[in-house]
Ligand binder design. Structure first.
Ligand code: AMP
Ligand code: MG
Length: 486
């Protein structure tokens, strides 16, 4: 196991060294053996008492030098100058078998100097959600933090009511956020913001060093990564739910799976999070919000981009203007692929938009609406999208346009259907299933459904799956609201 603590070598203003608080009676919830192997973790941790103690925060391994990172952030548009790891601790950085560096972080490991009155703990519900969804996102090829371990604590956590507590171990290419830059920039130490930017360039974007203006290049890289990330979310119907600048990673990974959820019935302005009352983080608002967040990063970098502030603003603005065209090109690529179109032209946007509008008007499930399109190409046996529409006439006229577009590619329908089934999942982490898994674990400590879902979501493009996992929620099962559980 190759370990380093590069973040701890940054100025003391960037973090606080701190220890996890032990828990009463830890028990295993889950352990990601494949990821542990990739990271070179000792095999003695494999579901052993030693591993349990480490991932509960009860025993500090010799490779850990725990610290809480400082950061600020705009939460729902409101600036908070001091957030930081209030219930998380970075244990170490590990260099994996491919030479890539990853943070290992405990979440729910007790209060820190950044807890602001919070208990530093996490209920089991958010731990289960993050474990399932982050690992599913990884399978979907979406940049994301990973789940390494989860343990229950044997202690209660008090939110609206008492809930079983849990500690989650997260792996990320780093936990640096836009909020990290905001925090350091606000401290007003010119050396510090440069040290942070240099650190990030070294760790994530080393090519920037070769550029005329490395800090402008850094901004441009983060902009591209966020455009890529949000395009992935949109193709899957994923709603992050808390796109605050402190939850926007510099590496472009999905981070902080709080009230996140996948859309069932398609609705462009869908919101799940109970605290997102104005729909700031609605599905369709995710691209503009990502850009808004990137503008906050740009502000934090201005002093490094140019000595003259006006000049710096111009250059940063030019960089930010690249977001929209980049995002749109990626969105078009992904969404066209979902329709079987391999080389989209801008004219294909209307075909996609019209299909989304049809799904919305006819209250059709987003995932099946796309997945069952391949059935239209395969004839009678397969599931067909037209079956999802109560009045198929509207679908049928769209279908003619779509088939005419596909005919231009001159591709065999069978091959096309196979290709589409590789980008349109049959299975997504549906909210009602996650809610059921959480309920069973909360009430009875029963992990059967959690384990079943985790396994099923490893192969989301399978030809078939259990009907109860593929079906949209029944009316009485629909989850209307999700909660951060913080
Ligand atoms: P989050 O909603 O998880 O992104 O958290 C936003 C901020 O609140 C971060 O600074 C967290 O560390 C902090 N926070 C969230 N939950 C807790 C908690 N239970 N105890 C202490 N701090 C918390
Ligand atoms: Mg957060």
């Amino acid at each position: 196991m190759q370990v380093d603590h590069s973040y701890a070598r940054l100025p003391r203003a960037f973090f606080q060294t701190w220890q996890p608080s032990p828990v009463a009676e830890p028990e295993w919830l889950a352990f990601n053996k494949a990821l542990a192997t990739q990271l070179g973790l000792p095999e003695s941790y494999w579901r052993s008492a030693e591993g349990l103690a480490v991932f509960a925060g009860n025993q500090l391994p010799e490779w850990a030098e725990p610290l809480a990172q400082a950061y600020a952030g705009h939460q729902f548009g409101q600036y908070n100058p001091r957030l930081g790891d209030g219930r998380a601790l970075l244990l170490a950085e590990v260099i994996d078998c491919d030479g890539k560096r990853f943070d290992i972080q405990l979440k729910g490991s007790g209060p820190t100097p950044f807890s602001r009155g919070g208990d530093g703990r996490s209920p089991i519900g958010p731990v289960i959600r993050e474990y399932l969804v982050s690992e599913a996102m990884h399978v979907f090829g979406v940049p994301t933090t990973r789940a390494l371990a989860a343990v229950t604590t044997g202690e209660s956590v008090y939110r609206e009511d008492a809930q079983p507590g849990a500690v989650f171990t997260r792996v990320a290419s780093s936990h640096l956020r836009i909020g990290t830059f905001q925090y350091i920039a606000a401290q007003g130490e010119p050396d510090h913001i440069q040290q942070l930017a240099d650190y990030v360039i070294e760790r994530h974007y080393p090519d920037c060093k070769e550029q005329d203006n490395p800090y402008l290049a850094l901004l441009a890289q983060v902009i591209s990564k966020q455009a890529e990330l949000v395009a992935h979310w949109m193709r899957l119907g994923f709603i992050h739910g808390v796109m605050n600048t402190d939850n926007t990673s510099i590496s472009g990974e999905t981070i902080d799976y709080g009230p996140c959820a996948f859309i069932d019935q398609y609705q462009a302005d869908k919101v799940f999070s109970s605290i997102d009352r104005r729909g700031r983080y609605a599905y369709s608002n995710q691209p503009p919000v990502a850009l808004w967040n990137l503008a906050r990063l740009a502000e934090s970098l201005l002093s490094l981009i140019a000595d003259d502030e006006k000049r710096a603003v111009e250059r940063a603005t030019d960089a930010l203007q690249q977001f929209q065209p980049q995002y749109e090109a990626l969105w078009l690529q992904h969404m066209s692929a979902k329709l079987g179109i391999s080389q989209p032209s801008p004219a294909d946007k209307a075909l996609i938009d019209d299909y989304l509008q049809l799904l919305q008007q006819h209250e059709v499930d987003f995932t099946l609406g796309f997945r069952y399109l391949s059935g239209e190409l395969q004839g009678s046996a397969a599931n067909q999208a037209s079956d999802l529409f109560a009045q198929p006439e509207a679908f049928n006229s769209w279908r003619e346009r779509w088939l005419a577009r596909l005919a231009l590619q001159g591709q065999d329908h069978k091959a096309l259907a196979v290709q589409m089934d590789q980008v349109n999942p049959l299975l997504i982490p549906r909210n009602h299933l996650i809610a059921k898994a959480i309920q069973q674990a909360e009430l009875h400590g029963d992990l059967t459904l959690f384990n079943r879902l985790h396994k099923a979501w490893q192969t989301p493009f399978a030809d078939s799956a259990d009907a109860d996992l593929t079906a949209p929620p029944k009316p009485e099962e629909v989850v209307q609201r999700t909660f951060c559980g913080t």
